[in-house]
Design a protein around this ligand. Structure first.
Ligand code: PGA
Length: 276
């Protein structure tokens, strides 16, 4: 039995399109968890749902799981059209904030410096940051994964005190492995997803590297308390490979978290792995 709860983050991205549909997903999620009938479920699994911001605070407030915001601004308030502050996310019942997701970096030009400002702002409030890092396909092909990961962590955590490390989760999400499941061209005929995620062995290697980078940066045992997650096309088909590594503290799940056909078996596997 493992003593830390497993951090399972459901990143809904820009889905679903209506509050009614979001409500339906939350209710089937709650029902599925209830049906598992495990009294210690929420001691073993720290489940964080990150819906689109307009739905935050308007969905059933399930006793048990937590809410996260998919993006946050670094300033506390003011003339920043379209942005949301840490206090606003807290007021909408969030405990977590995703920072530096590769889709933000790719489509909205987020840079490491801005990621660092967001991390500092989140830590200045009461939210826990989930920092996303990972290399592109080209970088992987050029064997630059280690350099990219190291650089992103160093920049994102500038001026972050060691005392805050237990609040931080680092999600390793290779860019090329993300959102492959929502691409119909690579879905298999029986509606389960083809394995387009990174391999558990490679993820294990990068997880060890992240631990090493943290201990070089902070030279303290407290770095062990930072959670390390994997994300990128995790499905019920490939989940066991990641859990079997026994090295991850959690998973960040996009596409599969919107389908209870996918997500409930994933949750169940995580619970069982945590109960071993
Ligand atoms: P995915 O997304 O599971 O759909 O690949 C993961 C993420 O980007 O958060």
């Amino acid at each position: 039995m493992k003593n830390k709860p497993f951090l399972l983050v459901a990143n809904w991205k820009m889905n679903p399109l209506t509050l009614k549909e979001a409500d339906r997903i939350i209710k089937s999620l709650e029902k599925g968890i209830r049906a598992m009938n495990k009294k210690d479920f929420f001691q073993k699994i720290d489940l964080v749902v990150c819906p689109p911001s307009v739905f935050l605070g308007r969905l059933p407030n399930s006793s048990g799981f937590n809410w996260g915001i998919q993006n946050i601004h670094w300033e506390t308030r003011g003339a920043f059209t379209g942005e949301l502050s840490v206090k606003m996310a807290e007021d909408a019942r969030c405990q977590y904030a995703i920072v530096g997701h590769s889709e933000r970096r790719k489509f909205f030009g987020e840079k490491d410096q801005g990621v660092n400002q967001k991390i500092l702002s989140v830590l200045g409030g009461n939210l826990n940051p989930i920092l996303c890092i990972g290399e592109t396909k080209e970088e992987r092909e050029q064997n630059k994964t280690n350099d990219v990961v190291k650089n992103q962590i160093y920049q994102a955590l500038q001026n972050v005190s060691a005392l805050n490390l237990p609040r931080i989760a680092i999600a390793y999400e290779p860019v090329w492995a993300i959102s492959n499941m929502s691409n119909p061209a690579i879905q298999s005929s029986n509606n389960t997803y083809l394995n387009t995620a990174d391999s558990p062995d490679d993820v294990m290697g990068v997880t060890i590297l992240i631990r090493k980078i943290l201990s070089q940066m902070y030279r303290s045992d407290i770095t062990k308390k930072t959670k390390i997650l994997y994300g990128g096309s995790v499905s019920q088909r490939n989940i066991d490979g990641f859990l079997d590594t026994d090295i991850l503290d959690g998973l960040l799940i996009g596409g599969a978290s919107l389908s209870m056909f996918e997500f409930l078996p994933i949750i169940k596997s995580c619970y069982e792995n945590r109960s071993k």
